[in-house]
Design a protein around this ligand. Structure first.
Ligand code: ZN
Length: 321
């Protein structure tokens, strides 16, 4: 029997957090009945919102039901939970100032992974900015006092952003996405956030959303950021495609591709490959199947699938673990 290697197209999960806008509907064509679409979880096995498979013989099944260790690959199956979570985020308003714990703290206190994340800026308004670490190194005590006397926004590092910028946010880094930013986020599979400051806003229930100041002070590294707002790698160009390594670290590797006609990719035995289409349309082929894809589509390619051909004028992110 010849083995059938399957590529999964995933159905996203949407979140209507108070700061969200409508660009995921208008720009990405995602349909839903929510008044705001703050986030689309496009690769997720998280209990707070898991993808299902769209089409094919696994149509409608939850991703975690169909995944095998072999599909995750040697690196992917080492983890007790699915290792990553990928989202598209539309911040019509500022997100809260927040921090995520590292693995050690999160596994002990929250029974899930900590969260290191990264952001690739897809689009933004003219003067959009975000918060990334501190302006100067300060003590934890100074950090706590600045929260208590409402001066924390004076201590943090405000960064102007533009399309194509890339931010690596290691666990323990204080951060906030600012209003007018549309981005793709690749992160550890965790939903643990300690909120430090929420612009004195009220949540959907008319009450302030909870802050988690003690835990935030526990885990925050009160320093200036060490990473720049640039991708880690140079851009490689040829007549068919342009390829930029955004980050390669012990948790994930993310590469941005722009193709005119297409390119070839390879899914080896080490990791599955996630493709997230950011623009354009085309098709993805392996030996057995052809999948038509368009902007916003998220595709899971199992480890050991071998060579994959991508055809069309497309921009996409490739993520492996
Ligand atoms: Zn975050």
């Amino acid at each position: 029997m010849t083995e059938v290697i399957i590529i999964f197209l995933l159905t996203p999960v949407f979140k209507d957090y108070i700061w969200g806008g409508n660009r995921l509907k208008t720009d990405f064509g995602f349909e839903n009945d929510l008044e705001k679409t703050a986030e689309a979880w496009v690769l997720s096995c998280h209990k707070d919102g898991e993808n299902t498979v769209k089409g094919g013989r696994f149509d409608g099944k939850r991703l975690s039901e169909v995944l095998t260790d072999e599909m995750l690959g040697e690196n992917g199956k080492k983890f007790d939970f699915f290792p990553i979570l990928i989202k598209l985020i539309d911040a019509k308003n500022n997100l809260s100032l927040q921090v995520h714990p590292d693995n050690e703290y999160a596994l002990k206190n929250e029974h899930e992974f900590g969260k290191t994340e990264c952001w690739y800026i897809l689009d933004c308004e003219e003067d959009a900015e975000l918060i990334y670490g501190f302006k100067e190194d300060i003590s934890s005590e100074e950090f706590r006092q600045s929260i208590e006397n409402d001066t924390v926004l004076d201590k943090v590092n405000h960064v102007k952003v533009k399309k194509g910028d890339f931010f690596f946010i290691e666990s323990g880094t204080l951060h906030a996405i600012g209003k007018g930013i549309l981005l793709a986020e690749i992160q550890q599979n965790s939903n643990t956030t300690y909120r430090v400051y929420d612009y004195n806003r009220l949540g959907a229930d008319g009450k302030p959303r909870p802050l988690h100041i003690d835990k935030a002070v526990d885990v925050t590294v009160c320093k200036k950021p060490t990473h720049s707002a640039l991708p880690e790698g140079e851009t490689e160009k040829n007549s068919d495609f342009e390829k930029t390594l955004l980050t390669s670290n012990e948790l994930f590797k993310v590469t941005r591709f722009k193709t005119e006609k297409g390119t070839r990719l390879f899914a080896d035995e080490k990791s599955f490959v996630s493709l997230l289409v950011l623009d354009g349309k085309g098709e993805i082929n392996n030996k057995n199947e052809t999948l038509n894809v368009k902007k916003g589509d998220s595709v899971f390619i199992p480890a050991s699938s071998g060579e994959i051909t991508v055809k069309g004028k497309l921009e996409f992110l490739e993520t492996t673990v």
